[in-house]
Design a protein around this ligand. Structure first.
Ligand SMILES: Cc1cc2nc3c(=O)[nH]c(=O)nc-3n(C[C@H](O)[C@H](O)[C@H](O)COP(=O)(O)OP(=O)(O)OC[C@H]3O[C@@H](n4cnc5c(N)ncnc54)[C@H](O)[C@@H]3O)c2cc1C
Length: 240
């Protein structure tokens, strides 16, 4: 754990109202896929009662050259500054934090349930596992309202195409409100959808992250579906 000053290198839209922020990885900053960091704006032009620090999962993989965070751009002082600060602006990061990392025994399958921006730690895990060729069999259930809202969707589709060990089950819960074509799953992740893709529901290690209400809902669903409660690893994005 340490504190580092890093410069904003690139900013790119990864879904509607959702942006990824890339920084140079500072020497000595080591992290595991799935961990997070505290991001602090230095002397921002505006601030509010929530202050200048937010926790963000590292959406980059440890094998990537850059550090990447991604967030929904809500109308808060922190996000307004984050969205508009010039490239080259310095921020402080502290970390890494968190223990939701991919299990070591690759023979055991992993099943990930991600909703919306809760995809960030899993983008890191999946890129790391595929780049490092760990051999894990992984299924990602990824729920969004519309394809337009699904951060990193095209990247994840491409990753799944290239890696037979990875199955992507993206589902849209509000497809009728979308302009985009969608031929994949629709509706909320539920027992029936899980059972269609996971042969032995008691076997995998499960992962879920996102706003606390979503994580609680996913845990309940998994236990009802027959998952081993001790094998559910999760990260609450408290603050949402
Ligand atoms: C370990 C961890 C990892 C995290 N990873 C990520 C990540 O990868 N990406 C990410 O985006 N966030 C992540 N978060 C959450 C993040 O830290 C912020 O809390 C979140 O992004 C909200 O910040 P904000 O500036 O939009 O709202 P804040 O200013 O922090 O919001 C303050 C309060 O107002 C409410 N609020 C503000 N705007 C709205 C709105 N439009 N609608 C409803 N309620 C509102 C919030 O619910 C909150 O109670 C993570 C949190 C933790 C603890």
């Amino acid at each position: 754990m340490g504190a580092y000053t890093v410069k904003l290198k690139e900013r790119r839209e990864v879904a509607e109202s959702t942006m990824a922020f890339l920084f140079d990885k500072p020497a000595g900053f080591e992290y595991a896929a799935g961990q997070s960091a505290d991001v602090t704006l230095i002397n921002p032009p505006e601030t509010d009662a929530e202050g200048n620090t937010r926790a963000f999962s590292l959406a980059s993989a440890p094998l990537d050259h850059n550090l990447m965070f991604a967030t929904r751009l809500r109308d808060t002082a922190f996000k307004r500054v984050f969205k508009t600060m010039p490239l080259g602006t310095e921020i402080k990061i502290e970390g890494p934090f968190g223990s939701m990392t991919l299990h070591k025994k690759a023979a055991r399958p992993g099943v990930i349930l991600a909703g919306g921006i809760g995809i960030t730690p899993f983008r890191s895990m999946l890129v790391q596992a595929t780049k490092a060729n760990t051999g894990h069999q992984l299924i990602l259930f990824y729920s969004n309202r519309r394809p337009e809202d699904a951060a990193f969707l095209a990247d994840l589709q491409e990753l799944a195409k290239q890696h037979p060990n990875l199955t992507l089950v993206a589902t849209m819960t509000g497809k009728d409100k979308s302009q985009a074509a969608w031929a994949g799953e629709t509706g909320y992740i539920n027992n029936e959808m899980l059972a269609r893709y996971v042969q032995d529901l008691a076997a995998p290690v499960y992962y879920t992250a996102g706003p606390p209400a979503l994580v609680a809902g996913m845990r309940k669903l998994l236990v009802e579906a027959g998952a081993d409660e001790d094998e559910i690893r999760s990260e609450d994005f408290s603050g949402y």
